[in-house]
Design a binder for this molecule. Sequence first.
Ligand SMILES: NC(=O)c1ccc[n+]([C@@H]2O[C@H](COP(=O)([O-])OP(=O)(O)OC[C@H]3O[C@@H](n4cnc5c(N)ncnc54)[C@H](OP(=O)(O)O)[C@@H]3O)[C@@H](O)[C@H]2O)c1
Length: 193
Amino acid sequence: MVTISKRCVMTLSDRPKISVFIATSIDGYIARKNGDIDWLTKFNPPTDESEDKDCGFSKFFSGIDVLVMGRNTYEVVSHFDPWPYEGKRVVVISSTLQSVCKQAELYKGDIKHLVEKLHADGFKHIYVDGGATISQFLNMGLVDQLIISIIPIVLGSGIQLFSNINDDKWCRLVTTQAFSNGLVQLRYEVTHY
Ligand SMILES: NC(=O)c1ccc[n+]([C@@H]2O[C@H](COP(=O)([O-])OP(=O)(O)OC[C@H]3O[C@@H](n4cnc5c(N)ncnc54)[C@H](OP(=O)(O)O)[C@@H]3O)[C@@H](O)[C@H]2O)c1
């Protein structure tokens, strides 16, 4: 019997590096059930002058060259004014949308082919966003780095960061950082075994 693994065999040498930078509640939610992230936007930045006000996001963002997000995330960020991803290529994955705003491009199709296309276009570092989308990339062995910022709040319900994960994903803890506003940031390398 032939067993077909869902894991993608692309390695870092034949694809861009792929990272996640995302905030969750203590109980692992990235948004309320209705998609609201009010708890995140009203969370105060660190007070200590020596710390980045955005807990390292700008530094991370300057190191990526393309952002791939799911349709649900796009529908939230498309209302942000100004557009928060100026200067970066933004790809929205959706099988239902017909168009996206002029700063982004719509992709309908296979994730592996998208990664291959971005590699062929010369992109070196992909930032993946949106819980369901991150989970699919992870299931295909297409996440190298997880940077998770835990916000000191318990929401009780909401949209989970990880869903429908196909098997155990071992990770190696690279760094932890606690900020003066109570945010704790965990940086993991996904070891894929
Ligand atoms: N806390 C944070 O830092 C943070 C960060 C990002 C997002 N968020 C929040 O998280 C929520 C969104 O996350 P989410 O898990 O609901 O969804 P998501 O990953 O943003 O979007 C899921 C959608 O993306 C499309 N998609 C994903 N993979 C696809 C594929 N292989 N082929 C075709 N389409 C694909 C599908 O759209 P179609 O149904 O159109 O096919 C799917 O329904 C929002 O509320 C957002 O504000 C929070």
